[in-house]
Every structure is written in C-alpha cells, then in structure tokens.
Design a protein around this ligand. Structure first.
Ligand SMILES: Cc1cc2nc3c(=O)[nH]c(=O)nc-3n(C[C@H](O)[C@H](O)[C@H](O)COP(=O)(O)O)c2cc1C
Length: 226
C-alpha cells in the first residue's frame, strides 16, 4: 500500500510522532509498505490565495508553484494518508492547515448533495480507495470538548476516516513517564497491525489509544509542579 505521512509537528522530537512511528511499525510488520514521510514544517507551502485558479485548470495542481504540488501528486496516488500533528488552539497547526486548504485542487467547483443533506464538491478523481488516519496529540489532560472542533473538521474533510486524539502527550518524551508511555506506544504498534489487516480501527482500539496515561488531577499537579 502507498502511504503518505504528513507530519505537522514543528518539533524535531515530536510527542505525537512517537505514536505515529509506533503505528507505522505495526503497519509494516507483516508487509513492508511504500511510506513517504513529509515533515511539513521543512516545506515551502504558502497559504491558499483563494483565487480558484486550480478550478480553472482542473489538473489537480495549485497555481502557486511551491512544495504543495508534489504533496498533491503523492496524495492522489496514496491508499492511506496519515495526518500526524499536535493540537494547536483546538485545531491543526497553521502550516499543516495550509496543506489541507490547498487540497482543493483535488475537487471541482461543481457540487453534489448527499443523502443526508451534506453538500460537497465533486472529486476530480475517484478517491474511494483513499483512507485517512488522523493521529493528534495534545498538552491538556482529557476533558470534554478539547478535540471537538478538530473531530468535526476531520469528519467533514476526510473519507474512510479513523481519528485518534490522545491527551497528555508531552509525557511521551519524559523518561520518568516511560512506565505509562511505553504501554501506550505498544498499543499504537498493535493498532498499526490491526489497521494493515482491516483498513480501519475497531472502536475498542480507539478507546484504548485515547485513554489518558494518568488521571487528570495527577497530570495537572505534575504540570503545575505541585
Ligand atoms: C501554539 C500552541 C497551541 C496549543 N494548543 C493546544 C490546545 O488547544 N489544546 C491542547 O490540549 N494542547 C495544546 N497545545 C499543546 C500541544 O498540543 C502539546 O504540547 C503536544 O504534545 C505537542 O506535540 P508535538 O511534540 O508532537 O509537537 C498547544 C501548543 C502550542 C505550541
């Protein structure tokens, strides 16, 4: 399977990417896949200009000639795109959002209404085989609402979607927390194996991955130095 990984953390030592890396290890266990990892922060990707020049050309490319067009080429030929990023202000980091905005060359201006009333642009090509996995880490402990905006955005933007939102991820790069971080990483590895078999994650798997490593109160008091 052809896999594109969009790493949206700007850090060299990303908390989130540790989970994604474990997931990829699981994915590749039975069969080695063709994986391309793009460190988005290293790329030159301007914000969308809103000119709709792409909808005049309809060749699946953006009129801005920067690194996004290579991403679009890989994107449209992938079986799986993994978006890996930290939660920033309840959404994705701005440099990665620029990548998302500039996927509009992959759809056309024409619209269609789905059975549930949702209105979407028609795709430029048949993307029915394309799967999406979103792995998002964040600095807050688990609280209702932290990921709501992101989940809504991802559900609207991506098909065949599995989304995993993990609280307390700075713990993944704290050596003293290995006792709780390593079991989580092992679960990500298993989840990767499951995904390679099923092309989806079971709800129980997602629940396990999203379960906080330590109780909220303990996490808050560690962060606060109490
Ligand atoms: C600009 C900025 C905004 C952030 N916004 C949130 C947020 O809305 N909710 C949250 O839980 N954590 C937030 N965080 C914390 C990061 O999500 C957290 O540190 C994460 O573990 C970083 O992951 P990374 O190492 O993969 O980049 C924010 C961090 C930064 C720098």
């Amino acid at each position: 399977m052809k896999i594109l990984v969009l790493n949206g953390s700007p850090k060299k030592k990303s908390d989130t990417f540790r989970m994604t890396d474990a997931f990829l290890r699981g994915l590749n266990r039975e069969q080695k896949h063709d994986v391309q990892i793009v460190d988005v922060i290293e790329k030159s990707i301007a914000p969308c200009r809103g000119c709709f020049g792409c909808w005049q050309k309809t060749d699946g490319h953006c009129v801005i000639e920067d690194d996004q067009n290579a991403i679009l080429d890989r994107y449209r030929n992938s079986d799986l795109v993994i978006w890996s990023f930290p939660l920033y202000c309840y959404g994705m980091p701005s440099h990665l959002k620029a990548v998302l905005d500039r996927t509009i060359p992959l759809v056309k201006m024409t619209m269609r209404q789905e059975a549930d009333g949702t209105v979407r642009h028609e795709a430029l090509a048949d993307f029915s085989r394309l799967h999406t996995v979103v792995i998002c880490g964040c600095g807050f402990p688990d609280w209702e609402g932290n990921f709501d905006g992101l989940r809504m955005q991802c559900r609207q933007c991506f098909g065949n979607l599995d989304i995993v939102c993990v609280p307390e991820t700075p713990m993944l790069n704290v050596p003293e927390a290995a006792v709780v971080a390593d079991p989580l990483l092992a679960c990500f590895e298993k989840a990767g194996e499951e995904y390679a078999r099923e092309m989806k994650l079971f709800p129980e798997t997602v629940t396990r991955l999203e379960t906080p490593m330590i109780p909220k109160e303990t996490y808050i008091s560690i962060v606060n130095g109490n």
